[in-house]
Ligand binder design. Structure first.
Ligand code: SF4
Length: 431
């Protein structure tokens, strides 16, 4: 255990990989915020009780409560619905949605903006829009939030979504003098701290994530706050192999920089910037992929510099959040239990929902649907196949006879939407 004036760090080495955990006490956290003298609210307005009825009206499902109480199963004729043991809203989404509703309640007459979708679920975003909250980006708005920042004045309130916001955008928002309500999830902030620590210590952050995802943009911006902070974002194992090939001298700078021209920090020099690397990941990636990616890079470093140099040149911290991990573990258990097909409910731009579909599809037919409307009939369903970026329509998705259908949902999916999907499946099955 190492102590310094600002935090506690717990460092350990398992199977040659170095892990670190940072802790900041509540007192230190509060002191830091006070020193920043910023108009940022991260704790809400104490209006939880007042907003509960509206939250229940919009998102609650008594059917889901009933299924949970019946050992996560629902029988309808010869159809059995099997619900995963972990699904739907996570702690970060719960908090973000609560803060948004509290903000509306606290400031009924002020203009309230969201810098982007608060979470990746169309139902939640449209409910916030109905409450008069305006989106600077996403939910049908332009993809360039910076272009919309001019709209903000000091009398306005700006909500920062659960994914956080890049540092340059945050600076502009602060300069506007508006009240900022920051709903960034604590698990995302933990990744930022890790990436900042890498930058402070001269390690390049290798971030396993989707470069255009809001969270990964916010995370990568934390590295470049430091004079020599660097990052590179890798999407998958194929891209990671290119990093390994460069480290091992099998790939030149030119093709390397071509591959990563849009996803590395400005002025990235692989010769200089891949000598010391620290791995992190977007919180919602497939955890098995993130671990493999870290192992691939560690092996390349070992092969190039020798085992004794690994602790000096390689760091790894698994930043998959516990909610994502729990949902991935639960869907794996359910898919392995012998269901005939899996229905995965969540926004099509929800990264964690997509990964639940990927896991399921290894065991049975899996259908990622945004909501009940996507289930057109017994014979037709609109869905996003595992690993695809396109929504397609498939026929004859619901087999005849007694079947077991597994149901799960991403961390941003309200129970009400899951209920609607289950009721539609039952109705398509003729029960
Ligand atoms: S998925 Fe994880 S990181 Fe994202 S909001 Fe939920 S708890 Fe936080």
């Amino acid at each position: 255990m190492i102590r310094d004036s600002s935090a506690f760090s717990l460092r350990m080495t398992i199977n040659g990989s170095r892990f670190e955990l940072d802790f900041e006490s509540e007192i230190q956290y509060t002191k830091r915020l006070m020193e920043q003298k910023e108009t940022i609210n991260r704790r809400g307005f104490g209006l939880k009780q007042e907003i509960l009825p509206l939250l229940a009206e919009n998102y609650h499902s008594s059917l889901i409560d009933q299924i949970k109480a019946s050992h996560y199963e629902l029988q309808a004729g010869s159809l059995t619905i099997c619900l995963a043991e972990e699904f739907g809203f996570c702690y970060g989404v719960d908090r973000a949605v609560d803060l948004a509703y509290e903000t509306r309640k606290r400031f009924p007459d002020r203009k309230i903006y969201l810098t982007s979708e608060i979470i990746h679920n169309p139902r939640v975003n449209s409910k916030l829009h109905e409450l008069g909250i305006e989106f600077l980006k996403g939910n049908g708005k332009s993809e360039d939030a910076k272009a919309s920042l001019d709209l903000i004045s000091k009398n306005d309130v700006v909500l920062i979504p659960a994914f956080g916001t890049p540092t340059d955008e945050l600076e502009v928002l602060k300069s506007k003098g508006a009240l900022l309500v920051d709903t960034t999830c604590g698990s995302v902030v933990a990744v930022w701290r890790r990436v900042e620590r890498y930058a402070e210590d001269g390690f390049t952050a290798v971030i396993h994530g989707k470069f255009d995802h809001e969270e990964t943009q916010a995370t990568s911006s934390r590295a470049t706050q430091y004079p020599n902070g660097r990052f590179i974002v890798v999407r998958d194992k194929a891209q990671t192999q290119k990093i390994c090939d460069f480290i091992l001298g099998k790939l030149d700078s030119k093709p390397f920089l071509k591959e990563f021209k849009d996803t590395a920090s400005p002025g990235f020099d692989p010769e200089r910037d891949l000598q010391k690397v620290g791995c992190a990941n977007q919180t919602t990636m497939l955890s098995s992929d993130s671990l493999e990616i870290a192992e691939m890079i560690q092996s390349a470093i070992r092969a190039r510099y020798g085992t004794e140099e690994v602790p000096n040149r390689f760091r790894h911290f698994d930043t998959i959040c516990s909610a994502t991990q729990d949902r991935q573990d639960a869907v794996l258990k359910l898919a392995r239990s012998g269901v005939n097909l899996m229905m995965v409910v969540g926004g099509y731009n929800s990264s964690n929902t997509g990964h639940l579909c990927e896991i399921s599809s290894e065991f049975c037919p899996a259908f990622h649907v945004q909501d009940a409307e996507e289930i057109i009939s017994r014979d037709a369903i609109r869905h996003k196949p595992a690993g695809s970026s396109k929504v397609i329509t498939s026929q004859s998705w619901l087999p005849e006879g007694p079947i077991r259908i597994g149901v799960t949902a991403g961390a941003s999916t309200p129970n009400r939407v899951i209920e609607e999907v289950i009721l539609k499946i039952i109705s398509c099955a003729g029960f």
